[in-house]
Design a protein around this ligand. Structure first.
Ligand code: G6P
Length: 479
């Protein structure tokens, strides 16, 4: 049932699983907020403050009920998730059903009806919060796989709105998507949007094919025609809008004397290795961390890399630690790292420096600058922003990027050394090639990479998406 627009609504409302701030509770249970450093926050901050927008999302802590509050001209609207919602909607359906299903079933997806019920309920709650905060004829931008039903729920409540949805992760081929018992409901949920954005053209094409096979709707290129009775027809556009980073800010950060000095200090603290390799990932089974470390271990074993002159720094930031597949992965990675260090280490030198921690942006920039070779070997990844950050940090035009073909970034980043992470021998050759790359070739490649990353930043991404959404014709009943 449609509801009335609020009198004090916002023209632009973002809906994402997480708010753009991290909440911490003190001992008395009092919450305090710190701005979270995520890319989406940086991307949307200028647009949001100009539009005096609102952001609907979860505060990150179960059971926490909070009133909306203002941060830098944006109204933050917390959505409450109970402990059971966190278990079923977030850890369960989002991260143990959809996440593995959409990433090539690298881990087996779990299908549980109770999880689906929770997903539906929570999506409805997000839609209601957005409906209550958006001005008549306003724009709502929904983000990511946790909220695929929000567009349709929201359209039901507020047919006067323009609704955009951006899918940050891969959209799988029909043959895999079709495993989902609730596949039709998910497609219908997404089709509530006017524009559905994906990272790659291939993801958009997968979605359009799914629509053709699972519904009776007609499609023409990127356009899907949805029959709704009155007004008779609506057109939904499914297209690629590859996301980026705040490239210029990152470039500037990496040029500061503090970061430069820290980069030199890192190399020194590691014993000034001749070759410094780097991996930076959330500890997630999609990232190919095991494959990468296996290839590195074999290179040491074969003597193609010297264990005394080479170091691999692997930053693996803790993630989704209550989900079984992530616990298993942590054990596997830590076993592998222990074995390599045990077999090839010496007193005072470990060939793998493994850090199960998160670091501030400054430290990340210093690590990127310190590294000779960056290893991004994901088995499947929507985009992979680490690859772009590495490039943005390298204004010295040095360093080499080894990049998996199975990332969205590989579509754009010509100049990287591409690898198939399942092919361990191929990956060993690529790593060796990158380690010994001539400075001239490295410079040429890095220039190309930097032209792309600095020429298309996250502000351009959000502008392109919002411009496409704003171009959607206003329909009857819209103010
Ligand atoms: C991916 C997803 C995001 C998610 C992030 C961190 O990048 O696309 O939607 O926020 O991982 O995962 P988390 O479960 O901690 O939010």
């Amino acid at each position: 049932m449609p509801i009335d627009a609020p009198h004090d609504g916002h023209d632009l409302v973002v809906v994402a699983n997480r708010l753009p701030v991290d909440v911490t509770l003190d001992e008395a249970g009092e919450p305090s907020w710190t701005r979270s450093p995520g890319g989406l926050v940086t991307a949307l901050a200028p647009v949001m403050s100009k539009a005096e927008g609102a952001w609907v999302g979860w505060g990150g802590s179960p059971g926490l009920e909070l009133e909306p509050f203002d941060v830098d001209g944006t109204e933050l609207v917390p959505v409450m998730l109970t402990e059971s919602d966190v278990e079923r909607y977030y850890e369960g359906f989002s991260n143990d059903t959809l996440w593995p299903l959409y990433h090539d079933v690298i881990a087996p997806p779990q299908f549980h009806r109770q999880w689906w019920d929770a997903y539906r309920r929570v999506n409805e709650r997000f839609a209601q919060a957005a409906a209550a905060k958006t001005a008549h004829g306003g724009t709502v931008w929904v983000h990511d796989y946790q909220l695929q039903l929000v567009p349709a729920y929201l359209r039901e409540l507020r047919p006067d709105l323009r609704i955009g949805y951006f899918h940050h992760i891969p959209f799988p081929p029909l043959e895999i998507f079709a495993q989902l018992p609730w596949r039709k409901q998910v497609v219908e949920g997404l089709l509530g949007a006017d524009v559905i954005g994906f990272q790659r053209g291939g993801d958009a094409a997968n979605f359009v094919r799914v629509v053709r096979r699972l519904t009776d709707l007609t499609t023409r290129g990127q356009m899907i025609t949805v029959d709704e009775g009155t007004p008779a027809q609506r057109h939904v556009r499914a297209a690629a809008f590859p996301i980026s980073i705040d490239s210029h800010a990152f470039d500037q950060l990496a040029r500061t004397p503090e970061v430069q000095a820290r980069a030199a200090q890192i190399r020194h603290e590691l014993g000034d290795p001749e070759h410094l390799l780097l991996g930076v990932d959330r500890l997630d089974y999609t990232k190919g961390i095991r494959h990468r470390i296996k290839a590195y271990g074999e290179l040491l074993e074969d003597g193609r890399l010297s264990a005394t002159e080479t170091t691999l720094v692997q930053v693996a930031s803790p993630s989704r630690e209550n989900v079984g597949a992530y616990q298993q992965l942590r054990d596997d990675v830590e076993l592998l790292v222990g074995r390599i260090n045990g077999d090839h280490g010496q007193v005072g030198h470990a060939p793998v420096q493994y850090l199960h921690q998160s670091f501030p942006m400054e430290e990340m920039a210093a690590l990127y600058l310190a590294a000779d070779v960056m290893l991004v070997t994901a088995l499947r990844d929507g985009m992979n922003l680490v690859a772009k950050e590495y490039v943005a940090a390298r204004s010295d035009e040095r360093g080499a990027l080894v990049l998996s073909e199975f990332t969205g970034a590989a579509d754009e980043l010509v100049g990287a050394v591409l690898v198939n992470p399942h092919d361990i021998d191929g990956m060993k050759d690529a790593i060796t090639y990158a380690v010994h790359m001539e400075p001239r070739e490295a410079r040429k490649r890095m220039r190309r990479l930097r032209r792309r990353v600095l020429g298309h930043d996250v502000a351009a991404w959000s502008q392109e998406f919002l411009a496409t959404l704003t171009a959607v014709p206003v329909r009857d009943g819209r103010g």
